[in-house]
Design a protein around this ligand. Structure first.
Ligand SMILES: C[S@@+](CC[C@H](N)C(=O)[O-])C[C@H]1O[C@@H](n2cnc3c(N)ncnc32)[C@H](O)[C@@H]1O
Length: 284
């Protein structure tokens, strides 16, 4: 019972933190609300005044995230992870950068970042998304590379990994055109076997004692629930990581929601409304 309430407290803390960042994003558009948010929600949590200023400056300069890369994660998730698990001038890695959400947040928050993807279009979007000025010297390294072999990154080079892999082939990012694209793999066990290779690489490049955050969802096959996220989690544990947190993230509408609503009514199953945000640590 006691353990349950402690866990709830953690989930609430994260939700509060995500809500807080959403409010923070609104601050640049709503001067009237600014005072309330700063005094009641923003300052007492993990955001420093410096971080608030950096975010506001970037927003003022017209920088805004685009949500047209299919399956992008929300800037609030990336921002909160960066603030909680890294410090300014740290070197971050997102090995599946997609449309560049993580890169934008890292730049705003004065962290260096290596951005990797197998898809040229993703890398182009990432480069474009970084065309804004900030008042810091954070560097961005962008490379076309398969996350299963990141040999250009040295052992123990990275301070914090945060990434959002495909959920098997739920969204096919390259429609089968790029053979290294893991979103081309339908079979769940074959997919998690490939993810294990990514996990091993992430373990190699991360410094000891540092953290690795992975957002992963589940799916259904033949009407039955497939615990994809737990299978991925197990591969990270098998690769040497220990699990610090399993944060439940509420999932909102995505491209496939309409399809699943119809299916769930036809076949009488529940919609999947959550994803897992795993925080692993490379033990000391
Ligand atoms: C869920 S998306 C990432 C979205 C990103 N977080 C954003 O906000 O835009 C997954 C990405 O993984 C990339 N990917 C798939 N297989 C990969 C591999 N073997 N190595 C590196 N990237 C890969 C895809 O091209 C896609 O851009």
């Amino acid at each position: 019972m006691k353990q349950e309430s402690t866990q709830n407290m953690h989930v609430n803390t994260v939700e509060l933190s995500v809500n807080m960042s959403r409010q923070l994003s609104m601050m640049s558009f709503s001067g009237a609300k600014r005072k309330t948010y700063i005094s009641q929600t923003v300052l007492p949590t993990c955001l420093s005044t410096l971080a608030i200023t950096a975010v506001l400056n970037a927003r003022k300069s017209g920088r805004a995230h685009k949500s047209d890369w299919c399956g992008n994660w929300s800037p609030e998730v990336a921002r909160n992870l960066i603030l909680r698990y890294s410090k300014e001038k740290d070197h971050l890695l997102d090995c599946m950068i997609g449309g560049g959400t993580t890169a934008i947040e890292a730049k705003i928050l004065n962290r260096h970042i290596t951005c990797i993807d197998v898809n040229d279009e993703a890398l182009e979007r990432t480069k474009k998304s970084l065309e804004f000025e900030v008042d810091n010297k954070a560097k961005q390294r962008i490379a076309k590379c398969d996350a299963r072999d990141m040999s250009f990154i040295k052992d123990n080079e990275i301070d914090f990994v945060l990434t959002h892999p495909p959920y098997a082939d739920i969204i096919k990012y390259s429609e089968g055109k790029i053979k290294e694209d893991l979103s081309g793999i339908h079979d769940i066990d074959a997919f998690v076997d490939e993810i294990e290779k990514v996990a091993k690489e992430l373990f190699r490049v991360l410094k000891k004692g540092k953290y690795c955050a992975i957002l992963m969802g589940d799916t259904r096959r033949n009407k039955m629930y497939q615990p994809l996220a737990f299978k991925v989690m197990q591969k990270f544990l098998d690769s040497g990581f220990v699990l610090k947190e399993d944060i439940i993230k509420r999932q909102f509408n995505c491209k496939a929601t309409g399809f699943w609503v119809t299916k769930s009514k036809e076949s009488n199953f529940l919609l999947i409304m959550h994803e897992h945000l795993f925080i692993f640590q490379k033990g000391v």
